[in-house]
Design a protein around this ligand. Structure first.
Ligand SMILES: Cc1cc2nc3c(=O)[nH]c(=O)nc-3n(C[C@H](O)[C@H](O)[C@H](O)COP(=O)(O)O)c2cc1C
Length: 311
């Protein structure tokens, strides 16, 4: 949606505040589904969206997992990309410069295998021009704790949050893993550790088996499930976390239509991210934004906050 077409909706306040990060509207593209932005430049006007979350960056470049890395399921997508990325140096030297020049609100998703790696990433990205916030992916394995993901225990989730927060002045959004028993206990732990906002959910662990070859379909055996199949779970978790914490919540998981987005705002999300839907239709985010505005106009809502269902 172009900025000029949004100006006609002056009664509606589309801007949202995620801690100190001000977004012009609440529609973001999710990490891993919009590359580093420039991959979509000929397909959509990224500046019209609230912003983008770039593919997760690590200290060193990563090759990712062996193929096959993607498998479609009914209503969903299994991916085992394995966090392939260009690494922090190439990101700083090439990718962020284009995003800054284009004035695209940019949230950088970071990942690490130790607390020290997260801390180093945060320190190196602090004050890099063009970065508006960090999103901390805590679904990664903690190599010092036998490979258990940081996001599955309140203690390690809090440790990562504290380390990142101490190392950097940017707004910190902690992205939760849904592969846990009690999402609220993790959310409360990262809030207490200083997170400015929470985004959820990352993918749900799944697998598929090729019955002719009698072996798992994905090269990595397991992969992350995304897309419409996970929306009811994501919505339930956003509802719970929005009521268990008082920091802003960004809803992610299977959002494909504007109606999905409205459900997430009613559950308590202040902003949303569109992931797998962008892979199917690069214009999904723009269409969702249009639909949100129309719905708010038709129903006399003046701000995103008004959509939340009360206690
Ligand atoms: C191909 C692919 C790559 C992804 N890469 C990342 C990543 O690097 N970091 C991250 O935090 N999430 C990553 N995700 C998860 C998405 O950002 C999102 O949380 C998840 O897909 C659920 O949203 P959706 O159902 O709208 O896709 C990836 C998802 C997909 C499908």
């Amino acid at each position: 949606m172009s900025e000029t077409s949004l100006k006609s909706h002056q009664k509606i306040k589309l801007q949202v505040e995620i801690g100190t990060l001000a977004l012009k509207n609440p529609v973001l593209l999710a990490s891993g589904t919009c590359g580093y932005g420039m991959e979509l430049k000929d397909l959509i006007d990224l500046r019209g969206l609230g912003g983008i979350v770039v593919k997760g960056i690590s200290l060193e470049p990563r090759q990712g997992n062996p193929p096959p890395r993607i498998h479609e399921t009914p209503c969903g997508l299994l991916n085992a990309i394995g966090l392939e990325n260009v690494g922090i140096r190439a990101f700083k030297e090439q990718k962020i410069k284009w995003l800054k020049k284009e004035k695209i609100t940019t949230i950088v998703n970071i990942l690490g295998n130790t607390i020290e790696e997260y801390e180093k990433m945060a320190r190196e990205l602090d004050r890099v021009e063009g970065i508006d916030a960090l999103e901390v992916n805590i679904s990664c394995p903690n190599v010092k704790e036998g490979g258990v993901a940081f996001g599955t225990s309140p203690e390690s989730a809090a440790c990562v949050t504290k380390a990142v927060k101490k190392a950097c002045t940017l707004p910190i959004i902690v992205k939760l893993s849904p592969n846990v028993t009690d999402i609220c206990e993790i959310a409360i732990a990262v809030e207490r550790a200083g997170a400015d906002a929470i985004s959820l959910i990352n993918t749900l662990l799944g697998m598929a088996i090729d019955i002719q070859k009698r072996r798992p379909v994905l090269g990595n055996t397991f992969g992350g499930l995304s897309g419409p199949a996970i929306k009811p779970i994501a919505l339930r978790m956003v509802w719970q976390v929005a009521r268990a914490t008082s920091i802003p919540v960004i809803g992610i998981g299977g959002i494909t239509t504007w109606q999905d987005a409205i459900e997430f705002f009613m559950a308590g999300a202040k902003a949303i991210q569109v992931g797998t839907a962008t892979l199917v239709d690069p214009g999904a985010g723009e269409k969702i934004l249009h639909g949100i505005v129309d719905f708010m106009e038709r129903n006399n809502y003046q701000s995103i906050d008004e959509l939340k269902i009360g206690e």
